[in-house]
Write a protein that binds this ligand. Structure first.
Ligand code: ZN
Length: 276
């Protein structure tokens, strides 16, 4: 079965393994405005006896009622952090998101058919992950993609991929309490030879070598972090809303951060200076 636009997203523990919008999986009507029907998940669920827990925005399946409650609390925390960081308080999801937490990687791989490196996958309105130390970060990463997809009404373009991934990695780092040190090793390269803006917008990280892909993720995350933490969350929400409404990046920057920046290149130059 063909899954629509971004409906297949995989995030691995290794950042470079998140493979958003593979070109051959973009829907023919990617310019259209219709939201693909949200399904409650196409992969087999947990084994009999698993617990189920409902929270304000999520329906959780996991092994053990206590663990299911923990995941529900974690998911709600992620959700409100993402809302706070993006300023999208007025965003109303259309229904409960499903979260399935498999017991271990082999169950996850067997039931979802995902590759060895995949740590999470999103289809329709459901997130599939497995229990591991990385799970909190992966959950936040995938959740950001779900929310972004729904916020954008399913209208995605390759040029906006850096915003989606940058935000997902930013939320991943917040959830796993790792902050900027995720990319410490790449900082010297970001300082001396960052990826030019046009390449950031047009590069498909899954076609690049691991180092170049990691650099792309690091830079996308850095720019998103800079806009959120320097420009402010209210402005960032306006920036995202303008993008959703079809504005250019420059128009979105000007409308979100008047007084600070006029163009995306202004943001980029300021961000580069901040690394020195
Ligand atoms: Zn991702």
């Amino acid at each position: 079965m063909r899954r629509g636009a971004l409906v297949v997203l995989a995030a691995a523990a290794a950042l470079s393994a998140c493979v958003p919008y593979p070109a051959d999986q973009l829907p023919a009507d990617q310019q259209g405005s219709s939201l693909p029907s949200l399904v409650s998940g196409v992969f087999p669920g947990l084994d009999p006896g698993a617990a189920s827990q409902q929270s304000l925005h999520f329906q959780i399946s996991a092994y053990g009622p206590d663990f299911a409650s923990q995941v529900a609390a974690m998911a709600e925390q992620d959700y409100s952090r993402i809302m706070t960081d993006t300023g999208l308080y007025s965003f109303q999801p259309s229904g409960l998101y499903q979260i399935v937490v498999y017991g271990a990687q082999d169950e996850y791989q067997k039931k979802t058919g995902q590759p060895q490196w995949s740590a999470g996958v999103t289809t329709g309105n459901a997130i599939y992950v497995y229990q591991s130390a990385e799970m909190p970060g992966v959950l936040a990463h995938e959740m950001t993609h779900l929310i972004w997809y729904e916020f954008m009404n399913g209208n995605l373009s390759d040029q906006q991929r850096w915003v989606n991934e940058g935000l997902a990695v930013y939320e991943q780092s917040q959830a796993s309490n790792r902050g900027q040190e995720m990319f410490t090793l790449l900082l010297p390269t970001l300082r001396s030879a960052p990826i030019p803006l046009d390449q950031l917008e047009n590069m498909a990280p899954n076609t690049e070598n691991g180092y170049q892909a990691s650099l792309w993720y690091a830079e996308a995350e850095g720019l998103v972090r800079f806009m959120i933490e320097r420009g402010g969350r209210i402005g960032f929400a306006q920036f995202l809303t303008s993008i959703r409404d079809g504005k250019t990046f420059d128009q979105a920057v000007a409308s979100g951060f008047p007084g600070s920046w006029r163009t995306l290149d202004d943001v980029y130059q300021d961000w580069k200076r901040s690394l020195q």
